[in-house]
Design a protein. Sequence first.
Lengths: 269, 343
Amino acid sequence: MLSALTLYRRLIKIQIQSQLEYRASFLFDLAASIFYFSFWFLSIALIFQKFDNLGGWTLPEVAFLYGMVEMSFGTMDLIFSGFDPQSFGQQVRLGTFDQILLRPVNISLQIFGSQFTLRRLGRIIQGIVIFGMALTWLDIDWSLVKVIYLPIIFLSLVCFFGGLFIIGSTLTFWTIQPIEVVNIFTYGGSEMISYPMHIYQRWMRQFFTYIIPAIFLNYYPALYFLNKTDPLNLPPIAAFLSPVVGIGTLFLAFQFWKIGIRHYQSTGT
Amino acid sequence: MKMTMEDEKEQPAIRVRNLQKYFKVFKHHRGFWGALRNLISREYQIIRAVDGIHFDIRPGELVGYLGPNGAGKSTTIKMLSGLLVPSGGELYVSGRIPWKQRREHVARIGTVFGQRTTLWWDLPVVESLNLLKYIYKIEDRTFQKNLSEFKEILDLEPFLDIPVRSLSLGQRMRADLSAALLHNPPVVFLDEPTIGLDVVAKERIRQFIQHINVERKTTIILTTHDVSDVARLCKRVMIIDHGHLIYDGLLEILQDRFGDDRELVVDFAEVYTDYSIEDARISQADDLRITYQFHRNEVTASQLINRLSSKFRIRDLSVREPEIEATIRRIYEEGLLEPDTEK
């Protein structure tokens, strides 16, 4: 276990070093991604100028949702870079995945260590700034449970999005090309849970409550933090299901991943 | 035709029995409507990439594995190295089932796939090797000893500090070979290790392969397009075609059975009216230079030379062997060997 961690650190160090070799390009990418995501938030802010609330939520309250998603998605995108279906599909296509199978080390560990896209820091930084602003604007009634629960929500979201990445990558064992549908869930999903989810149509809400229970990841915890009443009348436990959904998704994703590797070994490319 | 010498006491390094690998290939229809049909069509055909092969390889053997493109060579190597799970049959490498015991298996084999590198693209060669030292848990003493040995034979020193992406193909191959052998694997699979290299670079790599085989008694399977690699390194060859092993035996015997005629080129000292001699036919005549063709089973070169020198005055002569490459090509193209269906 300890040697696995050391190996992971060494692999990541290689990734970081080779990206910092091109310092100008790295800084430019970083700045570009901060701008890109900030403009996106700015456009939401502009809508608030016109309507001043969104389904009864103020701008700082939406910023709480949005900042949380941005921080966690960015962090996931950094840690799970190797599982990004785009770059993983490349590995399957070019046959470099074979090289991973030929080394006497855990396969997932090698994928985690195969890519570490530093420019994702841009999104994380932007998320931290917006979430920080939300916390200062809002008058949250802090308790010990909330202090402990806040990082748990963050980690659950990281697990959830990471699980989606792994599922997307696993599909490329069959399709070779990464498939667009996966982006609907990863990028589309992250955008969707950045808004208060009661504004969506009923069928959509129910889909994301009972089929893919993403509503519990961010929206219900936010209701709890902001002391808002639940317009959908679910039991109070709904606010605390975030880790169940996050860890559950990641767990299922790894099971699927194992099936994918078995499929790869029986067909090759 | 079977040349494997079965020694009951000695466990083979590689044991293969009735090994099979079938692939389902879904039918592809062309054009727009074809593409739509592909989406729903479940029509497929079964490709028998490896269709029931048998062989044993003893520890320390260096075997050439030949076959035309798509014959099943790399599918076999992929099964041996644990990348692919067989559809049927038995397969043991050093007593292990490659795909069932992946980590134990890959820790004790070495692989070079000529087309792609095992090394980290952006890392200097020496750092890649250091990382492999960690991954394979190679002891410091072994690592230093191997590194200095490889440095000497493969002349690694000049490019040790250069990132892999900037290496020439020959340098990269030398680095990859070193990487594959750092952990002293008893069994090594080399897939096209000389592909795309010039004569000098090829020779260096051949010397290295031979050195490893002789000094360390490493079992090596070498697949290659370049039959001169095999002629230079391997006594035993296996030939696969259409998923069947069509030959497994000594390279010499193959040459004896299927080699073209040998040639004797003679420069005569003076003009004669009739140059003909027994057991050889004249294939070319330019002034005083006559080329005879003869078959190795009918007459030896020295018998012919005796006959010639008793009849004529000769200035010079030379014997030309048929090229092994041509022999192998004839075997594929003319289907000279039938699949081995015994057992």
